[in-house]
Ligand binder design. Structure first.
Ligand SMILES: *[C@@H]1O[C@H](CO)[C@@H](O)[C@H](O)[C@H]1NC(C)=O
Ligand SMILES: *[C@@H]1O[C@H](CO)[C@@H](O)[C@H](O)[C@H]1NC(C)=O
Ligand SMILES: *[C@@H]1O[C@H](CO)[C@@H](O)[C@H](O)[C@H]1NC(C)=O
Ligand SMILES: CC(=O)N[C@H]1CO[C@H](CO)[C@@H](O)[C@@H]1O
Length: 623
């Protein structure tokens, strides 16, 4: 594939020296693979000598970190052979999602929906153990077969939920006793979703739903996505749809969507903003998503719509489908009036126009004209002062965010290329060379990583980078997470290689906030604090990649062990971990990996560089 931007890339890369340590890391992967002596004593010395150019801004934090390191060191120096392996958690934790203990939240006094919110402070788990898969767990089918058929034993769903499912986005059927089938895009089991998608396109004035991209719709936030069938159809049209839904103990929309290989994460905006910056999505979609948008007299009145407005890009669309609008009898119009008068008021005030209304579906368009806000007749909803804070766990606001942002660019005005232009990059304050270099480096990195992902790497005659790619089923990778995504280079590399994966690009709290840039490329991404569990169900990712994350976290007050245990939780059996980091971080992780009972191999860069690669695989069963 040689798209025009590729040439631009080569041009830009040409004169720049290969500065980044990432380059060290990647180039050196080409070097020989050697097994490091497991936890030799100099590894501890390396861990202990925490010198380097790192700037600590907070002395107290430094001291606290020293304490954590010390504890970890002590447990290390008790001898690798004596390292205790973690035991498996009990059966009750098979579908364990930390931070979402509803009964604990209720006990703490959260109510009115806030009990379903994320409250990590209330669910500290003392016991460290490995979340085990259900007894009947089976390796998911390969993409794209796995999109339409899943093993019912892999997800938690009750018979009632199964039988009651019937809405367009929740349709499924039991094939045999252990398989669930969903809407298939090319089959004709259900065609409801296709018709629905065509209807939306028509309401937007498009000839067909394959014109979404041309109309500027590349990314969709699908709130309460059912089981992802609409998103799955959009993916086939090359539109990236990310599903968010609240935590559900059984029949989880997010768990089922991820099991099918569709982008999803737990997200709920009852009281807090979503972990996305403003002006992020081209469309927000809610079909029977269970959100009450116009609740009167509550503290959050109107705020949920303002949150939708915040994450929508200028000129973007809000699609709302709600069967409650379609009455049983003749009172159709009456009902709609009652239901929609409040929404009408607020949508006008925030400069949305009702584009179309058909059956139970309404489409509003957010203004693309900043002037609209100053020319409003009555401005009872003010424009927020200052800029989008872009921090984490912000409360909902009752003002309009975004008009003053330099990222204010109507979706209809955007170039069709996903690659950002130098002008776009200027808006983000990013040097084009850095951006194109990140992509270039990730491209070569991916080639190497991919060829390493085979159990052969753990054998006595390990596979080397560049050796022929392993045969299926070894590369069964669909859901990928880049835990420290930087500019989204790894996502680019996957795209270019035409691998059938999607990437959750995570920007760690405390790292330069590149999330707006990632989302502006049409990728999935989220801000996350890795000292806390990730908002997803167990066994939902096939590959976790982290470049420099461990050293980044050493500035924070969390233990590496907790991060690795969390990685183990969210990884599918036989899933892969690729860590690239400084030698002391990697050697520490190597020791912990054996406690978590991962197969692991350190790859030496053989270049005097202090970067190492750690490739691990989570075993299918642990005895
Ligand atoms: C959830 O919280 C309750 C009440 O604090 C506690 O008894 C229970 O063990 C917790 N559940 C999990 C899975 O941590
Ligand atoms: C419509 O029908 C449903 C179930 O059939 C019922 O629960 C609901 O009350 C009805 N609504 C009206 C407005 O009659
Ligand atoms: C969008 O494009 C139109 C036509 O090229 C132009 O007039 C308008 O100023 C642009 N809007 C923005 C916000 O760039
Ligand atoms: C990326 C890197 O550090 N490359 C170096 C590897 O080692 C050779 C020889 O010592 C250097 O010339 C490279 O610059």
């Amino acid at each position: 594939m040689r798209s025009p931007w590729f040439n631009k890339l080569t041009l830009l890369l040409g004169p720049r020296p290969p500065l980044s340590w990432l380059l060290l890391c990647l180039i050196s992967v080409l070097a020989l693979i050697t097994v490091l002596g497991s936890s030799s004593s100099n590894a501890f010395d390396a861990v202990a000598s925490t010198s380097g150019p790192d700037i600590y801004t907070n002395y107290r934090r430094l001291k606290e970190q020293a304490a954590v390191d010390y504890l970890e060191l002590r447990s290390l120096s008790s001898g690798a052979s004596k390292q205790k392996e973690f035991s498996l958690c009990g059966k009750e934790r098979e579908n364990f999602v930390p931070c979402y203990n509803v009964s604990a939240n209720l006990l703490a006094g959260y109510k009115d929906g806030e009990e379903f919110d994320r409250h990590c402070e209330l669910s500290r788990v003392e016991e460290k153990c490995l979340v085990r898969p259900p007894k009947e767990y089976k390796t998911p089918l390969r993409w794209p077969a796995g999109r339409d058929v899943i093993w019912s034993g892999n997800v938690k769903i009750t018979k009632d939920q199964f039988l009651s499912s019937g809405s367009m986005t929740k349709r499924m059927m039991l094939l045999e006793e252990n398989q669930i089938a969903f809407h298939s895009d090319d089959g004709s089991i259900f065609d409801g979703v296709k018709d629905y998608s065509r209807q939306i396109a028509e309401m937007l004035g498009l000839g067909s739903d394959s014109d979404f991209i041309q109309a500027g719709v590349r990314t969709v936030l699908d709130i309460g996505c059912g089981f992802g069938s609409f998103g799955s159809h959009l993916l086939s049209l090359k539109v990236m749809a990310v599903c968010i839904a609240e935590y559900e103990a059984t029949g989880s929309q997010v768990q089922l969507a991820l099991e099918r290989g569709l982008p999803a994460m737990i997200g709920n905006f009852i009281s807090k903003q979503l972990p996305y910056p403003s002006l992020s999505f081209d469309m927000v979609h809610c079909a029977q998503c269970g959100v009450v948008w116009d609740e009167k007299g509550t503290q959050t009145e109107g705020m949920l719509l303002l949150e939708v407005d915040r994450v929508l890009k200028p000129g973007g669309y809000f699609v709302l489908t709600s069967p409650s609008l379609k009455s049983n009898g003749s009172s159709v119009n009456m009902k709609k009036r009652i239901m929609f008068t409040p929404l009408e008021t607020i949508t006008q005030e925030i400069c949305w126009t009702l584009l179309a209304q058909q059956d139970e579906t309404f489409i509003w368009q957010k203004t693309s004209d900043v002037q609209c806000y100053s020319s409003r007749k009555q401005a009872s909803v003010p424009v927020c002062r200052g800029h989008d804070s872009q921090s984490y766990y912000q409360p909902l606001v009752s003002c309009i965010t975004g008009p003053s942002s330099s990222r204010w660019n109507p979706i209809q005005n955007r170039s069709s290329s996903l690659l950002l232009s130098p002008e776009d990059l200027e808006v983000h304050g990013v040097h084009p060379g850095d951006y194109y270099e990140d992509i270039q480096l990730s491209r070569s990195a991916l080639k190497n990583y991919w060829s390493l992902l085979t159990p052969l790497i753990f054998s006595d005659h390990p596979k080397r980078p560049g050796d022929e790619d392993p045969l299926p089923p070894f590369n069964m990778v669909r859901n990928v997470m880049d835990m420290n995504a930087h500019y989204g280079g790894l996502n680019w590399a996957f795209l270019e290689e035409k691998k059938s994966v999607w990437v959750m690009n995570v920007v760690p709290v405390g790292a330069p906030n590149t999330l707006p840039l990632i989302l502006d490329q049409g990728f999935a991404g989220v801000l996350h604090d890795w000292c806390e569990p990730f908002p997803t169900y167990p066994r939902t990712y096939d590959m976790l990649h982290a470049n420099g994350l461990l050293s980044h976290l050493s500035h924070h007050r969390c233990s590496m062990m907790d991060v690795l245990l969390e990685m183990d939780r969210i990884l599918r059996p036989e899933g892969w971990i690729v860590l690239c980091d400084k030698v002391r971080a990697i050697e520490m992780a190597r020791t912990f990996a054996s406690q978590i009972r991962w197969e692991a191999r350190v790859i030496d860069l053989q270049n005097g560089s202090d970067q190492r690669l750690l490739v691990c695989q989570k075993p299918f069963v642990r005895k």
